[in-house]
Design a protein around this ligand. Structure first.
Ligand code: GDP
Length: 606
């Protein structure tokens, strides 16, 4: 069929390399894909470019044509290039198998005006985690002040036509960005000056709007992969295939979109994919690709294939696929294979995720759209700077059952009764249940944002708890009545005192620690130099007003129940100490904690 990626058989049996586009939001990932996809192909014809499922295929011929001006004279050994259509983390993290990346190469897009941004670094870390090669597209060069457009020109040629000022600004920004990469532990250089490809990462300046540098990017992608990845790109009969998405398509039921990285798939093949409830064994009912003639394409019509050879993006239909998990491998049961072994291999992907769940059973519930993104999120939550324990996981939209699972924490550890939902929807029923039972759901499509939200929530909870506890917390103090400073003997008692030790705080219950502990009321107000204050510390001399909390306390009177020689102390209790420890641990000095210990022995608290 016309869509067959390998219809022009290359000399060596190499498959097309698979490329992913990554980078921070708004750096131009989508635009770059559009641009290389051929909005700039003059004839209005797509030049052999074919739309596949989840990917766009660029035949070698098209790439040769578009890079002619570079006079690279390169022999293209690969049949073409397969670029994944959905830029960003998700498709990249999905293209994996047993921990390693299936993407052969990535384009890391950096906005020349912004340099490295949080998701650039997130992407970098993912690429490193999966050992994936990448090329930096330093995009939006047309935004340099005074840039002269040279549509679709090779970058060296375009750069030569620029004024000195533009060149200077370019060089300055390039140097800054190289330094930022250096800070991330990476050496980078302009690709045409890079003498140690592999050690030093190549930078290709591009404009996704006017096309400068796009020929360079295409050529570099193909040359670099075919030069350094021959082994990986050699066609093999062993299936390497990853589920990118699970989708319901009218007329076809549940389908899975896969990228066939290597090998050949046939209609009728017995396959195994990973499901949340265990391995799914089924057979390929249909192998589908989009209809090649775009103009005639009616939504939902696909070409059927008897077999498809890698590398290709394909839609597969088959029974039971609705439980498949995106981001896991697809396995074919060969004539010599034991289906049990294949099942085990298929579930291998789940194991790595399960092993990250906290053994204590206490932690947040984490939900992500795919296994790959779940893994990335778990990785992040585990990192030393974050350390948020996870008690449960889910894949796909947040349903009622997920809220039920998260609600278990309400009893165990209330603050963990939360769902961190990464790039997934929450069903209205789930939302309603969550509101009813008190499960908090955080949604974000950037990992950092989830963390920020969760942290703000925890901080807020702490603050609230502190406020609640404020009435119960008793700060330790020892007060001495100053001579001639008894302003009112009773109801309220008003005295001038010297803070001998600790902190006097409005609200603190005051006691005369004689044998029968005489409670005289709580500090209602404090005045320091005629100004009202909330607290007074050791060494200060202040006036305090004490109001009895009940009629018994209100009877207590200076001169009868206590006098000038009596010390006044905070009346602490077991529970007040616990509250102090939990909420104010860092706010008390060592001496103040020592005072707590002293008072503890006065009040004979265990
Ligand atoms: P993404 O979020 O990384 O996919 O970014 P988009 O492709 O959506 O681009 C974000 C914005 O930047 C859009 O308004 C684009 O038109 C613009 N943009 C992308 N590439 C370029 C470029 O090379 N030059 C200029 N001037 N604008 C660009």
């Amino acid at each position: 069929p016309a869509t067959d990626a390998t219809s022009e058989e290359p000399e060596e049996d190499l498959r097309s390399p698979i490329c992913c586009i990554m980078g921070h939001v708004d750096t131009g990932k989508t635009k770059l894909l559009d641009c290389i996809r051929g909005t700039n192909v003059q004839e209005g014809e797509a030049g052999g470019i074919t739309q596949q499922i989840g990917a766009t295929y660029f035949p070698a011929e098209n790439i040769r044509e578009r890079t002619r001006e570079l006079k690279a004279d390169a022999k293209l050994k690969v049949p073409g290039l397969l670029v994944i259509d959905t830029p960003g983390h998700e498709s990249f993290t999905n293209l994996r198998s047993r921990g390693s990346g299936l993407c052969d190469i990535a384009i890391l897009v950096v906005d020349i005006m912004h340099g490295l941004e949080p998701q650039t670094i997130e992407s970098l870390n993912l690429l490193r985690m999966r050992n994936t090669e990448f090329i930096v597209a330093l995009n939006k060069v047309d935004r340099l002040y005074g840039w002269k457009v040279c549509r679709n020109a090779p970058i060296v040629k375009a750069m030569k036509l620029q004024s000195k000022d533009v060149q200077n600004e370019f060089n300055m920004r390039l140097a800054q960005i190289s330094t930022q990469f250096q800070e991330q532990g990476l050496n980078t250089a302009l690709y045409y000056k890079n003498k140690e490809m592999g050690e030093t990462y190549s930078i290709v300046p591009t404009s996704a709007i006017s096309g400068e540098g796009i020929p360079d990017l295409l050529l570099l992608l193909v040359q670099w992969t075919q030069k350094t990845m021959v082994e990986k790109l050699t066609f093999s009969n062993e299936i390497q295939c990853t589920v990118l998405e699970v989708k319901v398509i009218e007329g076809h039921g549940t389908t899975i979109d896969v990228v066939l990285v290597n090998g050949v798939l046939h209609e009728g093949d017995q396959i195994v994919v990973c499901g949340l409830q265990g391995p799914i064994v089924t057979s390929i009912r249909a192998l589908l690709t989009p209809h090649p003639m775009k103009e005639l394409r009616v939504k939902g019509t696909y070409l059927h294939h008897k077999e498809i050879k890698a590398a290709q993006g394909i839609k597969i239909t088959g029974q039971g696929l609705e439980h498949a998990i995106a981001g896991t491998g697809l396995y074919v049961v060969g004539p010599d294979d034991d289906v049990e072994d294949v099942k085990e291999s298929a579930m291998e992907d789940m194991k790595s995720v399960m092993s990250r769940i906290d053994k204590s059973g206490e932690g947040v519930y984490v939900q992500a759209s795919t296994l790959g993104s779940l893994e990335a999120l778990l990785e992040f939550l585990k990192s030393p700077a974050v350390k948020i324990p996870v008690s449960g996981i889910g894949i796909g939209p947040v349903h009622k059952k997920d809220v039920m699972k998260a609600s278990v924490m309400l009893e165990k550890k209330k603050e963990y009764a939360t769902i961190l939902a990464f790039d997934v929807k929450v069903t209205p029923e789930a939302r309603e249940l969550a509101d009813d039972v008190g499960v908090t759901i955080f949604i974000a499509d950037i990992i950092y944002h989830l963390f920020d939200q969760f942290k703000a929530y925890i901080d807020n909870l702490k603050e609230e708890k502190k406020k609640e506890a404020a009435d119960e917390a008793v700060f330790p103090c020892v007060l001495k009545i100053m001579p001639n400073c008894v302003f009112n003997k009773k109801d309220p008692i008003v005295l001038g005192v010297d803070i001998v030790e600790g902190i006097a705080k409005v609200g603190t219950p005051i006691c005369i620690p004689t044998q029968d502990f005489i409670d005289i009321g709580r500090i209602a107000s404090i005045e320091n130099n005629h100004k009202p204050v909330d607290t007074a510390k050791k060494g200060q001399k202040v006036a305090i007003k004490i109001i009895g909390s009940n009629s018994e306390e209100q009877q207590k009177m200076y001169g009868r129940h206590f006098d000038i020689d009596d010390e006044l102390v905070s009346h602490i209790s077991r529970s007040s100490i616990d509250i102090l420890k939990e909420n104010y641990r860092d706010e008390l000095s060592i001496d103040e904690w020592k005072l707590v210990v002293k008072l503890k022995s006065i009040f004979k608290i265990q």
